[in-house]
Every structure is written in C-alpha cells, then in structure tokens.
Design a protein around this ligand. Structure first.
Ligand code: TYD
Length: 138
C-alpha cells in the first residue's frame, strides 16, 4: 500500500452535440462494487476536507464540476493530484491518508465507496494512522 497504488482512471465518455455522457459500473470501470455514493458541494473557498484514512473502504473521487486537489499520503510519500474533469477519477484504496483542498467555486466532488458508512473504519488521527501502518508493516 503506497501512494502509487492510487490511480487516475479514465471513464467512458459518449461525446454528443446534445451534451456529453459518462457512466460508471461497479466492478467494471472502478475496481470495486459500489455500495455508497456521497458528494461534497457548496465548499467555501479555502476549506479543507478529508483528513482521514479508511481501513477497508475503497473510494473513487470525481470532480463532477469545477476542480479540487487531493493530497495522498502513505506515511512516507505525499502526492498532490488535481481533479478537474467529470470523465476521469481517482481510485484511493484503503490505508491511504487523504486531504482535499483548493476547491474552485461551484466544485462538486462525487465519491463512490465500496462500503457503507462506518465510523470505526476511519483513522481520523494522523499519528494513530502512522502508528497503525508501521505496526502492520513489521
Ligand atoms: P467527514 O468524513 O468528516 O467528511 P470529509 O472527510 O469529506 O471532510 O464526514 C462529515 C460528517 O458526515 C461526519 O459526521 C460523518 C458523516 N458522514 C455520514 O454520515 N455518512 C457518509 O457516508 C459520510 C461520507 C459522512
């Protein structure tokens, strides 16, 4: 598990003069079955979201509108990725710390998740997260 296991994935795009269309099937376009969908919107300028890692849950993030940055962190290496199109997204496997910032005005972040919401699946404390992954690596 490291930041390089987080992949940008292109989604199908049906170009059409009436407006473009993109679709996502769980297990086909994203590497997990989709159990939950949530979205972030009306994010005020300068706000940060995320600030956690998940123990089991895979997520796939898409900028449905506008743009934002995702900062990935595996405890050793950090990587900043900008999401700014609705026809690709970022797969984040479990045990990767992520933060999100630099939201443009009107940005909407769609998140697909492999698990139902479960607070015990979260590491919300960075020190605890580091301790857990270093202990697991031993
Ligand atoms: P949080 O994980 O802090 O949001 P983010 O990491 O995107 O900044 O979630 C904010 C609140 O919403 C928190 O009280 C948990 C709740 N929540 C749910 O009840 N269900 C969900 O699917 C999600 C993602 C969050």
């Amino acid at each position: 598990m490291n930041v390089n296991t987080c992949k940008l994935i292109d989604l199908p795009k049906i170009n059409d003069p009436r407006g473009n269309l993109t679709f996502i099937e769980g297990g086909r376009h994203v590497p997990f079955e989709i159990k939950r969908v949530f979205y972030l919107y009306d994010v005020p300028g300068g706000a940060d979201r995320g600030g956690h890692a998940l123990k089991k849950c895979h997520q796939f993030l898409i900028a449905m509108s506008g743009s934002f940055d995702v900062i990935l962190d595996d405890g050793r290496k950090k990587k900043r990725i900008q999401l700014n199109r609705s026809y690709f997204g970022l797969h984040i496997p479990p045990l990767i710390w992520r933060e999100m910032d630099n939201f443009s005005s009107g940005a909407v972040c769609l998140a697909l998740a492999s698990e139902s919401y479960s607070e015990p699946d979260y590491y919300r404390d960075y020190k605890q997260y580091l301790k857990a992954i270093t202990t697991a690596a031993r």
